[in-house]
Design a protein around this ligand. Structure first.
Ligand code: PCA
Length: 219
């Protein structure tokens, strides 16, 4: 029997005073699930710490040898699933990470390119999510905290790992129980997030060439 293909999905541990991180809650709900092409989902929780996060990701990639990697993180305040387009080569932390580190204006890789683009079909994913009634948008920035750091490192690793065919990053909103503590913050139910992640994987497996449709921003 041919070995099954693996899709690696990662979430993060809680940070910034939260007791949960929606990314881990949503990702772990898909552990071991089989997708339409027979690929199986493996999941991992990454530390929310600059210095630890990429080693942890690399370890998981070595362990699972995935053909697709999607890292997921919390973006409190956003209302929709944000399919990130670009990772930039800078750490600029607004708050300390879970190890107490707060790098400011530091390159992630001093010899690396300014940015990497996601290799997920970002526009097609957004279209598929919206067609299924799930709020979604292409995002032009993953911020400059640990998520962008992991996204940048992921894309560098993916470029050096021929087995990985596609990789990218998705930010998701607060869960309703978190939003209660953040006045007026938008939120999304766990059920919708999990359905959204499933759709993101399916589109990544099936869409060969991304759609060319308007979906940028004017600011
Ligand atoms: N969100 C943070 C880091 C971990 C997470 O879930 C971010 O957007 O950088």
């Amino acid at each position: 029997m041919r070995p099954k293909k693996t899709i690696l999905l990662t979430g993060f541990e809680p940070f910034g005073g939260e007791s949960i991180n929606p990314s881990w809650e949503a990702v772990r709900a898909l552990d071991g699930k089989t997708m339409s092409d027979g690929s199986v989902v493996a999941v991992a929780k990454l530390p929310c710490a600059f210095v630890l996060s990429l080693d942890a990701l690399e370890q998981q990639i070595r362990k699972h040898k995935p053909h697709i990697v999607v890292c997921v993180g919390q973006a409190g305040g956003r209302a929709e699933m944000s399919i990130e387009r670009v990772a930039i080569n800078v750490d600029d932390a607004r708050i300390p990470d879970n190890c107490g580190a707060q790098p400011i204006d530091v390159a992630i890789r001093s010899d690396g390119p300014a940015a990497y683009f996601s290799t997920l079909p970002v526009k097609a994913i957004v279209a598929a999510l919206q067609a299924n009634g799930i709020p979604a948008a292409v995002s032009q920035t993953a911020g400059t905290f640990v998520c962008n750091h992991v996204f940048y490192g992921l894309m560098q690793l993916a470029g050096q790992t021929p087995k990985i065919k596609r990789a990218g990053f998705v930010h998701i909103p607060f869960l309703p129980q978190q939003a209660l503590r953040h006045r007026n913050a938008p939120s999304m139910s766990l059920e919708v997030m999990v359905a959204g992640l499933r759709q993101i994987i399916e589109s990544t497996l099936t869409v060969k060439t991304d759609l060319i449709v308007a979906g940028g921003s004017t600011h």
